[in-house]
Design a protein. Sequence first.
Length: 144
Amino acid sequence: MLAVRLLHVLGMALVLGGATLTWWLFRQDAASDSAAVRTAVAYERGFWAAIGVLVMTGVGNLGSLAPYVPTVETRWGTVFAAKLLLVLTVLALSLVRTLVVHRYRRAEATEGSGQETDTLRVAYGATALSLATVVALAEVLAHG
Ligand code: HEM
């Protein structure tokens, strides 16, 4: 199951690295906004593709542990439940983030406004931080 674990880690690198890069681009001055918005649009595509891979390989990881998956009362079980809850929260909020990015891109094409980039900067910062927390929880699961 090494390949499945590798894919899981590569997916993680893409969603976390991409969110951090996009957040950083939105922190640069307004002149680079359109570069940030273009990166954001590309990130949203990559994000949903990578999440698909993460969920499938995550279920695969779980399958390889199958008869021995600890119950929620154990420490592993509690950490795993926390990881899944956080992943679900990130997914729900990411749906909103994707919609905001696309709305912003349309507005930028017609009016060229710059006011929502603050929202997007915070959104990418929050995405990166939450994903880093998911990774921290996942490392406790995998390596104690
Ligand atoms: C439904 C979604 C997911 C499920 C069911 C899932 C499940 C799992 C399982 C069962 C493991 C193995 C733990 C062990 O070997 O004891 C694991 C490891 C891991 N997961 Fe997930 N995961 C999911 C989503 C994610 C996401 C979104 C991320 C990143 C943001 C992530 C990052 C990791 C990392 C970094 C590891 C450790 C890999 C290693 O060191 O070998 N997972 N996951």
